[in-house]
Write a protein of this length. Structure first.
Length: 398
C-alpha cells in the first residue's frame, strides 16, 4: 500500500462563517484584491457585509464573467502586480475561486498564464509561493476551496487546462452554507451534480486510497439525499450544509485520487461549447459508469466492480451482490440527472461530427489517467452518442 494525504488549507465551516473574513484577512495582508462573480455578491447582501467586515482596503475588485480564461486572468494579474496587492479574496463559485487561485499564483511570477499552463501552455514550472488566498465559496459544487490547481480555458485552442502547484491551495476556506440559500434551483442542480460526480470518480478511481474512500462515500450518501432537497426547498438549512460539506470533501477526494472519463470529456466539451461544467459532467456520467462496468465485467476486474458497488450502495442500493449494486448506482445517477432536468449535449450544439476531436482531447487530460478502465474509441464514442439526448439509457437491453 502506498499513498499520501495532505490538506494544506485551513477550513472553517459554520453558518455565518463569513463574519470571520475581516479578522482572517488582517493576518495575511493589507492591500486586498477581491474577486467575485457577477451574482455572488448581489445575493443575500454579501457585498455590504464584506465592505463592513474588511479593515484592509480593497485595492482591486474584479468580477468573473462566465468560466475563467487566460485572457481575463492575465489582465487582472497585471493589475494586481502594479497595485502591489498582498492578499487575494475570492468569493463565488468554482470559476471565481479558480480565477482567484490563478491570479494569486501568477502575481508572484513573471509572464502570463500560458507560460505555465499544462497541455496547451509552455509548461514552465511554478517556483514561487502564491499570494495568500482566502476562498469563500457561494455554491456547493467544485471543492475548489481546498484544491491546489486552477482550471482555465485557452480561447485560442478552445481547451481547458490547469495551473498546478502546492502553494496554490487557499490559505483559508470559509465555508458558510447560508451563502448558498439564495442560489437558483438550476445552479443548485448543476453545481451539486458536479460535487456528486467528483465523489463518484475518486471512489472508483484506479488510485485506491484507504483514507479518501470512506470520506468520499460518506459525503456521497449525504449529497444523494441533500441535493434533491436543496433543489426543491432552497432554504433547507440541513440540506445546504450537507451539500457544502460534500462539495468540500469532493475537492479533497479529487486532489488525492484524480477523477475519470466524465471529467475528461467535460474539459473539451466546456472549451468548445457553452456548456456549464456541471451539466457536461452530468450528461456523460451514467454512460461513463456503464462503460467502466462493461470493461470490468469483460476483464474480470472484481476490484472495479466492488468500488462501483460501494458507490451504488451510497446512492441508495440495497443489493447484496456487487454487480447488482454497481448497476443500481448507474440507474440512480440516470434518475437523479433526469429529476434535476439536466439537458443532453445536443442542446448545446454537439453533434457526432465532433466526436473524434472530443475523444482525442479527452485522452490528453489528466483526469483520464485515473479512470478505472481503459476505454477504447468505440466505447468513448458510445458514451458521447448516449449523452446527446437526456434520458437515453446507459445500459442497453442485452
Amino acid at each position: 500500500m502506498k499513498f499520501g494525504f495532505a490538506v494544506p488549507t485551513a477550513i472553517e465551516f459554520a453558518p455565518g462563517a463569513i463574519d470571520r473574513l475581516g479578522a482572517i484577512t488582517a493576518g495575511f495582508g493589507t492591500r486586498v484584491c477581491l474577486v467575485t462573480g457577477v451574482h455572488s455578491l448581489a445575493r443575500g447582501g454579501v457585498h455590504e457585509r464584506i465592505s463592513h467586515l474588511l479593515a484592509a482596503p480593497v485595492v482591486i475588485h474584479r468580477t468573473v464573467v462566465g468560466e475563467p480564461d487566460t485572457v481575463q486572468v492575465d489582465r487582472v494579474t497585471r493589475e494586481v502586480r502594479a497595485a502591489g496587492c498582498d492578499v487575494v479574496i475570492a468569493v463565488g463559485g468554482g470559476s471565481v475561486l479558480d480565477t482567484g487561485k490563478a491570479i494569486a499564483c501568477l502575481a508572484a511570477h513573471d509572464g502570463d498564464a500560458l507560460d505555465y499552463l499544462e497541455v496547451v501552455g509552455r509548461g514552465r514550472p511554478l517556483t514561487r509561493p502564491s499570494l495568500p488566498l482566502i476562498a469563500v465559496p457561494t455554491t456547493a459544487g467544485t471543492g475548489s476551496e481546498v484544491t491546489h490547481n486552477a482550471v482555465l480555458a485557452d480561447p485560442a485552442t478552445a481547451t481547458k487546462a490547469s495551473l498546478r502547484h502546492p502553494s496554490m491551495a487557499p490559505r483559508v476556506a470559509l465555508l458558510d452554507p447560508l451563502l448558498t440559500h439564495s442560489l437558483p434551483p438550476e445552479v443548485t442542480a448543476r453545481t451539486g451534480l458536479d460535487a456528486l460526480i467528483q465523489l463518484i470518480e475518486p471512489a472508483v478511481s484506479n488510485r485506491v486510497h484507504p483514507l479518501i474512500t470512506p470520506l468520499a462515500l460518506d459525503a456521497l450518501e449525504r449529497a444523494a439525499i441533500a441535493l434533491p432537497r436543496a433543489f426543491d426547498t432552497p432554504d433547507d438549512g440541513s440540506a445546504r450544509a450537507d451539500m457544502m460539506l460534500a462539495a468540500m470533501i469532493s475537492g479533497i477526494a479529487l486532489a488525492h485520487c484524480g477523477l475519470g472519463a466524465a471529467h475528461a470529456f467535460a474539459g473539451p466539451l466546456g472549451g468548445s461549447y457553452p456548456i456549464p461544467h456541471g451539466i457536461a459532467c452530468a450528461a456523460v456520467i451514467p454512460h461513463v459508469m456503464a462503460a467502466n462496468l462493461e470493461v470490468a465485467a469483460e476483464s474480470g476486474d472484481a476490484g472495479s466492480v466492488h468500488r462501483h458497488a460501494k458507490v451504488g450502495r451510497a446512492l441508495g442500493s440495497r443489493a447484496g451482490e456487487d454487480r447488482a449494486a454497481a448497476w443500481d448506482g448507474v440507474a440512480h445517477m440516470e434518475q437523479l440527472c433526469q429529476s434535476l432536468a439536466m439537458p443532453g449535449l445536443a442542446s448545446f450544439g454537439v453533434t457526432s461530427a465532433a466526436f473524434p476531436d472530443l475523444i482525442a482531447r479527452a485522452r490528453r487530460t489528466s483526469s483520464m489517467r485515473a479512470n478505472p478502465a481503459e476505454l477504447d474509441d468505440a466505447r468513448m464514442t458510445t458514451i458521447l452518442e448516449r449523452s446527446l439526448a437526456p434520458g437515453t439509457p446507459a445500459r442497453m437491453a442485452m
